[in-house]
Write a protein that binds this ligand. Structure first.
Ligand SMILES: N[C@@H](CCC(=O)N[C@@H](CS)C(=O)NCC(=O)O)C(=O)O
Length: 247
């Protein structure tokens, strides 16, 4: 199942300073494995990519971070082996705020990705970098119109929805945080549904899995987490269900 790439082990909830390498055995993954077994598993990605012999990229991320999840899915779809270093966004007041992590990503957000001798943050930049430098499953369509639609949908989610339900925003909202996140995800999905109705085939844009799908699945997970009734959005629901079953 494509979903298995969310793989993280229990140490992902551990300390950033006690970081270690974790890999993922699955080649791809949209499904969110959340539970005891999920945490107990350490997996290593089987590398099919042409960059296999080079140093593996390292994702500094957090298991529940939708932005880290996007990058894990993209690497998995490309068949790129990677290691992970856990940055626990909750423990110790948030390990993203340590001076050490700030050195990696001054925005104090995950993911930060070490790849090919550079440090990249911003999940969509990472995804587009690997698209431009790696072979394997194409994450942006060849057709310019479809490519623009993929970027549009990705930005709907990555710029329009996710930031307002991000942890540091919710922490400012106190007791109203669930209501706040619910409101903005609902509003975002109301806009996204008619767009996807137009663009979708089997996947978000036509019949090829793309960066838009990579963004959609973690966002639906967050929607469900904040009690948004995804049944109101039949296209989003169908796409998510299809993606979760991706072999
Ligand atoms: N635009 C960035 C957003 C990164 C982001 O918001 N990361 C969240 C987790 S998904 C985070 O690190 N939050 C930490 C916090 O809110 O303190 C990306 O796409 O990578």
């Amino acid at each position: 199942m494509l979903g298995k790439c969310l793989v993280i082990d229990k140490n992902q909830g551990g300390g950033y300073l006690g970081a270690h390498s974790i890999g993922c055995k699955e080649q791809s993954c949209f499904r969110y494995h959340f539970g005891v077994t999920y945490f107990a598993v350490v997996k290593r990605l089987i590398c099919l990519n042409t960059m296999a012999n080079q140093t593996k990229p390292i994702i500094h991320g957090y298991f529940r971070s939708s932005c880290s999840w996007r990058v894990r899915i993209a690497f998995a779809l490309k068949g790129i082996a990677f290691d992970q270093v856990p940055v626990n966004l909750i423990k110790d007041g948030g390990q993203q705020f340590t001076e050490q992590y700030k050195g990696l990503n001054p925005m104090q957000q995950v993911p930060a990705v070490q790849i090919d001798g550079i440090m990249l943050s911003q999940s969509l930049a990472v995804i587009q970098y690997i698209e431009e430098t790696r072979t394997g499953h194409r994450l942006l369509p060849a057709d310019p119109k479809k490519r623009a639609q993929v970027r549009m949908i990705s930005d709907f989610i990555a710029s329009g929805i996710q930031p307002v339900q991000n942890l540091y925003v919710l922490q400012k909202m106190g007791a109203e945080k669930v209501q706040w996140a619910h409101h903005f995800i609902q509003r975002g999905f109301e806009a996204l549904e008619p767009i996807l109705k137009e663009t979708a085939g089997k996947y978000c844009v036509g019949d090829e899995i793309s960066m838009a799908d990579i963004c959609l699945v973690p966002q639906v997970y967050n929607a469900e987490r904040f009690k948004v009734d995804v049944d109101q959005f039949p296209t989003i629901k169908r796409l998510n269900q299809t993606l979760l079953k991706f072999p």
